[in-house]
Design a protein around this ligand. Sequence first.
Ligand SMILES: NC(=O)c1ccc[n+]([C@@H]2O[C@H](COP(=O)([O-])OP(=O)(O)OC[C@H]3O[C@@H](n4cnc5c(N)ncnc54)[C@H](OP(=O)(O)O)[C@@H]3O)[C@@H](O)[C@H]2O)c1
Length: 241
Amino acid sequence: MEQRNGNDTSGTGKRICVVGASGKLGRYMVRHALERGYEVVGVCRAKSVDKLAEFAGRITVIPGQTNDREIIARAVKGCDAVLTVLVPWGMQNYSSGTAQAVLDFAEPGARLVFSCGWHITRDGQDVYGWKLRLLETVMRKTAKLIRFVDLNDQVEACRRIFASDTAWTVVRGSDLEEGESQGLPVWSRHVGDPVLASNITRRVDYALFMVEAATDDDLIQEAPAIVGRLTPSALAHAGRR
Ligand SMILES: NC(=O)c1ccc[n+]([C@@H]2O[C@H](COP(=O)([O-])OP(=O)(O)OC[C@H]3O[C@@H](n4cnc5c(N)ncnc54)[C@H](OP(=O)(O)O)[C@@H]3O)[C@@H](O)[C@H]2O)c1
């Protein structure tokens, strides 16, 4: 995958849908997509439409819950790519409902790029250190207890995506931080690979990876785990995947 340059017009003449456009990650994705010349359709909850004010007149906004099948069917129509923020909010199968709607209604052959965390595993070959395992167990239990976040539903969403024969990519994010772009993150197939050890990515670059993935054929049916390209582990191990 090439490092991005300021004249990238890879999106010209193409339509891209960002499902979950109003969040921090979503807004960065919208910005990157517009910079590449894509026509952008954004889906976000009605109460969050104002968070997209900076893009007024430049994108089409479809307000609604992202797991609303009718909303998704409308939003992904005619799209060459669909970028989805898989949010494990609430206990109403929000992530899996969103993923299923995208899988069902996206155009045949469209590139489908989903975001999630390192805790998702595709083949069971990921190796998690004790800190990550402990954090995930505590989060999973506490979150389910207060019925706020359902990590298991994000797992179910990804299970459905992995089983699908669409042109999907599941991007697995490390811990995130704000800050200036370091460029396109590096990736590896398995958590536990030395290149990922720093476990941190700038949010703006996570979004960059999501948008770039929409045109990178090497990432079709891959679940890259990513890390910032200027982190110590990436600098020490990049290129040795
Ligand atoms: N945060 C991390 O450290 C981290 C690490 C690895 C991977 N990720 C992945 O990154 C993606 C999200 O990125 P983020 O953490 O930076 O957050 P974010 O971009 O700010 O996104 C939060 C999303 O959750 C939605 N949301 C908030 N409350 C909701 C509710 N009650 N019901 C439905 N939707 C709700 C927001 O929509 P509104 O704008 O409508 O509120 C927004 O789309 C996820 O796929 C996550 O798995 C995050």
